[in-house]
Design a protein around this ligand. Structure first.
Ligand SMILES: C[S@@+](CC[C@H](N)C(=O)[O-])C[C@H]1O[C@@H](n2cnc3c(N)ncnc32)[C@H](O)[C@@H]1O
Length: 235
C-alpha cells in the first residue's frame, strides 16, 4: 500500500514511522509512506498557505489552491488514490473503517491546521473526511499517524500473526480478554488458573466470556451497536 501525506509539518512523521511495526512494514516494502510539504505547492514568494476567513472571525483558514495542487501533483506522479481529509467533522475512525481503507492501494491524507481547511477541499477534492474522535487537536498530523497505524495493522504480512487483527478488541464487536504473563504470582496477585491449565478449549471459552464481561462493564455501547449486525448474521 502507498500512503501520501500532505502536511505543513512533514518532520512530525519521522518518529512514528521509524519505529516498531510501521518501520518494519516499510522496510519489508509492505507499506510506502511519503510526506509532502504543502508549502512547496503554494504560489508566490511567501508561499502562503492560509488566509483569514471570509465573513470574519478569528484564526486562519487553509487555502484550497496549494491543497488541490499538491493532491494533483501526487496523483500525476503516483496514480490516483483515495483522498482523505482529516477533520473533526468527519466520520469516526473505527475498526471497520480502518479495515476498509486497508483494501485501497493508495491513500492521500490531507492534514489541516489553524481553524481548518477551506470547505471546497471537502466538497470537491476529498473522497471522505475522517475524525479520530470527538475532541479537537491542533492539526491533522497526529490523526493521520493514527490512521496510518490502524490501517497498516490490516495489511497482509505486517503483523507476525495474520490472525492478530481478528483477535484484537472491536473485531467481533467486543473488547478483548485481559492478558497475563510471568510471573504467575506478582505481589500476591495471581494469574487466573485456567490460563495455566493447558486446556485450549477452556482458555478460549474463558477469553470469550471475559471479553463479553469487560465489554458489558466498560463499553456497553458496543454491544448495543452490534446488536443489529448480530441479528443479521444470525439470520
Ligand atoms: C484546530 S483543528 C480545527 C478545528 C475546527 N475549527 C473545528 O472546530 O472543527 C485543525 C485541524 O486539525 C485536524 N484535526 C483536529 N482534530 C481532529 C480530529 N479529532 N480528527 C481528525 N482531524 C482533526 C484537522 O485537520 C483540522 O483541520
Amino acid at each position: 500500500m502507498r500512503i501520501d501525506v500532505l502536511t505543513l509539518f512533514p518532520g512530525m512523521f519521522e518518529g512514528p514511522l521509524s519505529h516498531s511495526i510501521l518501520a518494519r512494514a516499510r522496510e519489508a516494502g509492505l507499506l510506502v509512506v511519503e510526506t509532502h510539504d504543502l508549502r512547496q505547492y503554494a504560489a508566490g514568494k511567501h508561499r502562503v498557505t492560509d488566509e483569514p476567513p471570509f465573513g470574519g472571525g478569528g484564526g486562519m483558514v487553509m487555502k484550497p489552491e496549494p491543497i488541490f495542487a499538491g493532491v494533483e501533483s501526487i496523483t500525476a506522479a503516483h496514480g490516483p488514490g483515495r483522498v482523505i481529509l482529516l477533520s473533526p467533522s468527519g466520520a469516526r475512525l473505527s475498526f471497520e473503517v480502518a479495515e476498509r481503507l486497508s483494501k485501497s492501494d493508495h491513500l492521500l491524507l490531507v492534514c489541516g491546521r489553524y481553524e481548518g481547511v477551506d470547505q471546497r477541499v471537502a466538497d470537491h477534492l476529498a473522497d471522505e473526511e475522517i475524525s479520530i474522535g470527538d475532541y479537537v487537536l491542533s492539526g491533522g498530523e497526529l490523526p493521520a499517524m493514527v490512521l496510518i497505524d490502524a490501517v497498516a495493522r490490516f495489511l497482509p504480512g505486517v503483523l507476525g500473526d495474520p490472525e492478530a487483527p481478528r483477535n484484537d478488541s472491536f473485531s467481533a464487536g467486543v473488547l478483548e480478554a485481559p492478558h497475563y504473563t510471568r510471573p504467575r504470582d506478582f505481589r500476591g496477585w495471581t494469574v487466573p488458573e485456567v490460563l495455566l491449565s493447558g486446556d485450549h478449549g477452556a482458555v478460549e471459552a474463558w477469553r470469550k466470556a471475559e471479553g463479553e464481561r469487560r465489554t458489558t462493564r466498560i463499553r456497553p455501547d458496543l454491544l448495543k451497536e452490534n446488536l443489529p449486525k448480530k441479528k443479521l448474521t444470525d439470520g
